[in-house]
Design a protein around this ligand. Sequence first.
Ligand code: NAD
Length: 355
Amino acid sequence: MSHSIVVIPGDGIGQEITTAAVQVLQAADAKFGLDLHFTYQDAGGTAYDKYGTPLPEETLAACRAADAVLFGAVGGNQWDNVEPSLRPEKAILGLRKGLGLYANLRPVKIEPALVDYSPLKPELARGVDLVIVRELVGGIYFGERCESEQHDGVERAWDLENYSVPEVERIAKLAFQTAQLRRGRVTSVDKANVLATSRLWRRTVEQVHAQYADVELQHLYVDNCAMQLAVRPAQFDVIVTGNLFGDILSDEAAVVGGSIGMLPSASIGAQTSLYEPIHGSAPDIAGQGIANPLGTILSAAMLLRYSLHVEQAADAVEAAVRQALADGYRTVDLWREGCQKVSTEAMAEAVAARV
Ligand code: NAD
């Protein structure tokens, strides 16, 4: 069965890191006979320069028709003065909306060779291997809001948080299914001691849990979860939470990981899902061939696992990344005395050779 993948390099280091990830996917294809077909589309500032829009209709249509999308990054100073609705970053929102990407999966795994890069003590950082499943299209970010109104002669503003049962059911199912592919534990994070939306969230997650008896479920309040991520992050397997809490906790967890260039993500849609590193287009190092491609390569591994369901190939890519690091290969952002400093391209070759 052949698989079609749309690659969107985007701007800045996007070209370099997606080229690296495609090279590794091709190595996985050669080994496991995946029959991958790649096509390339524009988005972001590059697309704006060519077509006057950051997300051409053709790009969105190609993504909708593909089995999966591999995305680099968008943005850069040269588009700072572009009209806000046409800024490169609008491509991301457009893809989220156009593909119905309702959930964001952010794994944070501290590779044994990189334990020292975490700001946490090595004994706390060792063994961290968690995924945050964040609801992406609901909650307070998409609720009604009022920028300013007068109430009894006092100015105020408000934002409305709302969640429906189907929205929570969908994300809870995804979290339980993700846990089934991992260590079988879900932590649902809310603020049910205060918020009505959180009480509906908790009730619904418990109802969905009835269909996943093989998965263990615990609930944590968001303030406690934020503390636990700093003091005992290795306890977590899958964390599932709403849009606002997920935004904050996923950045906290990313810092625990130690290096921005290492972290992958998946945005899950009903039909097509999109895979991208968590970092931006890094204009300060673009075009120099020094960007760390591992976050994008690990995003490609997620693509193999979650969209193409080729578990063995995904495992092989992740193991190859671990081995390249264990063998001392480092891009400049991770380089330390005693390691071998390599370019983006050489890192891709090192990983591809180990797949
Ligand atoms: P950034 O993530 O691009 O860079 C932050 C710092 O981390 C920089 O010093 C950069 O050199 C470094 N860095 C990032 N990725 C790296 C990698 N793979 N290897 C080595 N070093 C790396 O964040 P920023 O500087 O705040 O944003 C730059 C542009 O990216 C902005 O236009 C922003 O809007 C955009 N952005 C895009 C996305 C996306 O496409 N999903 C996400 C965040 C920011």
